[in-house]
Ligand binder design. Sequence first.
Ligand code: AMP
Ligand code: GLY
Length: 423
Amino acid sequence: MNVLLIGSGGREHALAWALAKSPRLSRLFVAPGNPGTAALATNVALDISDHRALIDFCRNAGIDLVVVGPEAPLVAGIVDALADARIRAFGPSKAAAALEGSKGFAKDFCREFAIPTAAYARFSGEASAKAHLQAKGAPIVVKADGLAAGKGVIVAASTEEAEAAVTSLFASGLGQAGIVIEEFLEGEEASFFALCDGERALAFGSAQDHKRVGEGDTGPNTGGMGAYSPAPVVTQAVDERIMAEIIVPTLAGMARRGTPYRGVLYAGLMLTTAGPKLIEYNVRFGDPECQVLMLRLEDDLLALLGACCDSMLPAGPIRFDQRAALTVVMAAKNYPAEPETGTEIRRLDEAAKLDDVTIFQAGTKRQGERLLAAGGRVLGVSALGGSVAEAKARAYAAVDLIDWPGGFCRRDIGWRAIEREKR
Ligand code: AMP
Ligand code: GLY
């Protein structure tokens, strides 16, 4: 099979790495890809928002399957455009991608199908939103309705902070599509992934990430500074509840609405004393969560993704390495504000030779023989181990071999799981 993978992050390097292991793969193209994917596939410069050009490329290259990494093209309807041209694509349709594309839609959907989530109300104006805040008090959570690249959620400790969030969402335009105000949920967060074929879902494992830039989970939010899988807090019993109470009803609800969900469904969850509750849906793999999932996956990724498109998911379960995987993200200095790019990264090959270590690239670029930082999150230094603590030790051993004065990482990735392992 010839495959076109769309995206350029650590997630896509990890997907390319897993796809490249499939005996079914003939040629792999990545658009636009990065220097990491270039070692496994052919990178192609394609404007993927130009659906006509994308379809022409697929026809000329004899593409049998398109795999879409990030959410923006899914929400823009890339899978529908490809389907109209009879090109198979892994990922939800535009209508199904609204689960991530609109928080208001997702909340109304949860209410309609009794999927456990935080209580909420939707607002299109500032005055009514503020009146609601006064009535509810803090802590409380304020969210922009549409995609906001991680800038649309404010967890407010006081009513004043929440009011300021409402003012700024409307003033900045992020609140243009409306806002959602919801109950603050207490508990431990975890991510859960399921592969879906429109009718059936198969569990694809759990993970936890570290969103804050600083050690001890402090400082501004980022795309994710590290992750591990499985999440020890997601025991077999919790796993079964998530499938039965959240994933299966989501698939059933989307099918009932006439917009069946195909692709990977990523549920961001709060594990509360009353059980797992949905914080948000994502319609794609998480990054860096995808990196740890791909390290552990033993089944053929290409076969599984194709089966999702064809409503042919096997009976399951999907096979995973039972060991733990952990990714440490190395970012360019001054990420997430204004990362300093252009700095040189050395000794990557040496670090990648360590046992059970794989290094995924994200914001990198080649300049002749040199590898340079070209984005905020630059490397995903990933390792397998008998425990999260062992995977962590291996990942940091690799980090310490990499010669990159222009980068930094957190030193405490996995702390929550490691504390749990010590009990
Ligand atoms: P989201 O972009 O919806 O994932 O929200 C970003 C982060 O805000 C989540 O990972 C949580 O840490 C936090 N958050 C979102 N909604 C809630 C909520 N209802 N209660 C507590 N924390 C929340
Ligand atoms: N790491 C969080 C995300 O991909 O949304």
